[in-house]
Design a protein around this ligand. Structure first.
Ligand SMILES: Cc1ncc(COP(=O)(O)O)c(C=O)c1O
Length: 396
């Protein structure tokens, strides 16, 4: 790949120069009086991005996977039952982690491309009158398939069944790019990482806990070491970490939150929606299908595009990288070879996105797919153009 081209993988995302610089600090003593200000600013910045007044934010030198473990290990006991659905690679891996921890997941396998099956979950919750289910896990945005599930609907299912299970949400590829309402949706643990909506390098695992989840940490029974948030909370009280924090990354996170709040969260979400609309218009113009089964599942951060039967979608990813120095996301797990993914989150503009659409188009034409050169670019331009003739005539 060329370092001059933007990436179109669904994380790590392109980084704004200001954030790269923010991570590049001289050594700051993490036990000095300077550090707590930085830590507190990063934690409260994340809380703002989550639209929360109540979340306790924990930031680990880790990644999103560490966030999954933080949620599980701190709130659950050996043998606890959890409810989940497997609709892509990341929901699959989180369920596997639950199994590895000796938990008992009740889960439904749904076709990759579908969303979280809320009706099924509601039935399970209603049947669970003894409240064996201790947590429900949902992947807000399944990065493998480009499917966004409805967290508010799952909270409603929990409320309608009067079920006390904790609500865990994987927001790794949604938080900071798509609307996420920690308080309104009654999220108990939200998990993310630094390398997607926060536009930073990989290196931080972020987990936000509700007051109810914090209470559950007091009775946790699973082995906890590195990700023990009681140790972390105790150290935060004195402005530090139980071990050596990644100071430069924390500064980057603080700056990233300032940048997102400065643009305005609703403007950030609208930008992601518009960019995604352009990508989807291009896919339609190519005559290809989107992996997400219905428009209400379409993700604003990543689009998984199905290629014709018998064609290995991985060729597009390999050829685009080799011939044009541009990275796209390959298909994972059940959809490996059947889809390729355009990541469109983080530090991205309409104009950058057009270059990705043009490159995907060139790669597909080179590989002999029946795509009209320029068709996707023209369709996306139509979404992105500001001076549409209708708007101009309205203005006149
Ligand atoms: C939805 C989702 N969850 C979890 C993860 C795992 O995060 P990480 O790779 O930061 O450990 C990813 C990574 O892409 C993801 O997209």
């Amino acid at each position: 790949m060329s370092l001059q081209n933007p990436v179109f993988i669904p994380g790590p995302t392109n980084m704004p120069e200001a954030l790269r610089r923010a991570c590049d600090l001289p050594t700051i003593d993490h036990r000095s009086a300077t550090f707590p200000n930085l830590l507190n600013a990063a934690r409260s910045g994340v809380r703002d991005v989550l639209k929360s007044q109540v979340a306790d934010v924990f930031i680990f030198p880790s990644t999103g996977t560490g966030g999954w473990e933080t949620a599980i290990a701190n709130t659950l006991r050996p043998g606890d039952t959890v409810l989940a659905a497997r609709n892509g690679m990341f929901s699959h891996k989180w369920i596997k982690m639950c199994q590895d921890f000796g938990l008992r997941p009740i889960f439904k396998d749904v076709t990759w491309g579908e969303g979280f099956p809320t009706d099924w979950a509601e039935d399970q919750l209603a049947k669970d009158t003894g409240h064996r289910i201790k947590a429900v896990l949902i992947t807000h945005n399944e990065t493998a398939t480009g499917v966004t599930s409805n967290v508010a609907a799952l909270r409603k299912a929990l409320s309608d069944t009067n079920h006390p299970a904790l609500l865990f949400v994987d927001g790794v590829s949604s938080i900071g790019s798509m609307d996420f309402r920690f308080d309104d949706w009654g999220v108990d643990v939200a998990v993310t990482g630094s390398q997607k909506g926060f536009m930073l390098p990989a290196g931080l695992g972020i987990a936000a806990f509700s007051p109810k989840a914090m209470r559950a940490t007091e009775q946790g029974g699973l082995p906890r070491g590195y990700f023990n948030i009681q140790d972390m909370a105790a150290s935060y009280k004195t402005g530090g970490y139980p071990y050596t924090p990644s100071v430069g990354m924390l500064n980057g996170l603080k700056e990233s939150c300032d940048m997102l709040m400065g643009e305005g969260l609703e403007a950030v979400f609208a930008r992601h929606r518009r960019i995604a609309d352009g990508v989807r218009a291009a896919v339609r113009a190519w005559g290809l299908d989107i992996c997400a089964a219905h428009p209400d599942l379409y993700s604003d951060t990543v689009t998984a595009i199905k290629t014709p039967a018998g064609f290995d979608a991985g060729q597009i990813v390999a050829h685009a990288e080799h011939a044009y120095g541009v990275s796209f996301g390959a298909g994972l797990g059940d959809v490996a070879g059947k889809v390729f993914r355009i990541g469109h989150l983080g530090s991205l503009t309409d104009v950058m996105t057009l270059s990705g659409i043009a490159t995907a188009e060139m790669a597909m034409v080179d590989l002999g797919l029946d795509i009209t050169p320029g068709s996707g670019v023209a369709a996306a331009q139509n979404v992105y153009r500001k001076g549409k003739s209708s708007t101009l005539s309205e203005a006149a």
